[in-house]
Design a protein around this ligand. Structure first.
Ligand code: ATR
Length: 256
C-alpha cells in the first residue's frame, strides 16, 4: 500500500518490513538515523516499548500510551497513533458524521481504546462501552472520564437505549459465525461498523444488512490508518484510491 502510494506521487521512498528483536530496540533509532530512514510503523509488541526511545509523542498517543507511526522531523523522532483517527476518517469518507451521535462500542481492548480516545475529540453525543468482561469496560470508561469534555460515557448498555452507531471492536466473527451482541441490539442500531475486514462480511454485518441497516467493515480503518501515517511521513495528501486498490489486491492475494 505505501510503496505503491510513494510511486504514485513520485516520492522517493519505499516501505520495508524489519524483523527486530526486543533487545535491539535501543540501537534501532540510531541505525535508522544513520541510514536515513524517514519514518516507520510499529506493531505489537513494540507500540508501548518504543515510547521511551522517542523525543516527542502526540497528545493522543500520550493518552493511549501507544504509538504506531514514527517520523524523523527537525532532528527529532516523533510518535503518533493513527488507528483512531483512521477509523473516524473511514466513516467520514462514507459521508457519516459523528456529531451528536449516540455510539455504542463492543469490546474494551486495545482497538476499542484507540477508537474511543479519537471519538472523544469529536463532538459526539454519548459513548457506551459494552464488554464481555465488565470490569475492563468499567476501567476504560474511568480512564476516558479523566479527559476534558462533557460527553456522556457509560459502561452499561441499557435495554431502552437507541444506538446511532454500533461499532464492533471484538474479534468475535473473525474465525466463526458468532455475533458479538444480541440481534435485538443490532435491530435498534442505525449504522453498524465491524472493524474486522477478513472475512469482509461478518455475521454481524450480514444480519445488519438483512435488517436493512447501513454497514461498514474494517477495510476503511485499515486503509485510513495508513493514509494518516503516509501524510505524517510525507506531509503530502495521500493518493487514497491508489492505496485502496493496492490494499485490496494484497488482501485478495492473501485469500487466493
Ligand atoms: P484488540 O487490540 O484487537 O482490541 P484485545 O486488546 O485483545 O484486542 O481485545 C479483544 C476484545 O475482544 C476484548 O474486549 C475482549 O473481551 P474481554 O475483555 O472480555 O476479553 C473481546 N473478545 C474477544 N473474544 C471474545 C468473545 N469470544 N466474546 C466476547 N468478547 C470477546
Amino acid at each position: 500500500m505505501h510503496s505503491t502510494a510513494f510511486q504514485a506521487i513520485n516520492y522517493n521512498a519505499v516501505y520495508l518490513p524489519f524483523h527486530i528483536q526486543p533487545e535491539q530496540l535501543p540501537q534501532l533509532l540510531s541505525s535508522f538515523q544513520v541510514t536515513g530512514v524517514q519514518g516507520f510503523n510499529v506493531t505489537v509488541p513494540y507500540k508501548e516499548k518504543i515510547i521511551p526511545h522517542l523525543d516527542w509523542i502526540s497528545p493522543q498517543a500520550q493518552l493511549l500510551g501507544s504509538v504506531n507511526t514514527v517520523v524523523y522531523q527537525d532532528g527529532q523522532w516523533k510518535g503518533y497513533t493513527t488507528d483512531g483517527n483512521g477509523f473516524i476518517r473511514s466513516l467520514e469518507a462514507e459521508g457519516i458524521s459523528l456529531k451528536e451521535k449516540h455510539i455504542t462500542m463492543l469490546g474494551a481492548g486495545g482497538s476499542a481504546k484507540s477508537i474511543a480516545v479519537a471519538l472523544l475529540e469529536k463532538d459526539i453525543g454519548s459513548l457506551t462501552i459494552h464488554n464481555r468482561t465488565q470490569n475492563k469496560a468499567d476501567k476504560l470508561i474511568s480512564i476516558l472520564k479523566k479527559f476534558p469534555g462533557n460527553i456522556s460515557l457509560s459502561s452499561k448498555l441499557e435495554d431502552h437505549q437507541s444506538i446511532d452507531v454500533l461499532i464492533n471492536t471484538t474479534s468475535v466473527g473473525m474465525l466463526n459465525d458468532q455475533l458479538p451482541v444480541s440481534p435485538e441490539v443490532i435491530k435498534k442500531s442505525d449504522f453498524i461498523v465491524d472493524i474486522i475486514y477478513n472475512p469482509p462480511k461478518t455475521s454481524l454485518l450480514k444480519l445488519a444488512e438483512s435488517n436493512g441497516k447501513k454497514t461498514q467493515n474494517g477495510l476503511g480503518m485499515l486503509l485510513y490508518q495508513g493514509v494518516e501515517a503516509f501524510e505524517i511521513w510525507t506531509q503530502k495528501a495521500a493518493p487514497v484510491e491508489t492505496m485502496k486498490r493496492a490494499l485490496l489486491d494484497s488482501i485478495n492475494s492473501l485469500n487466493a
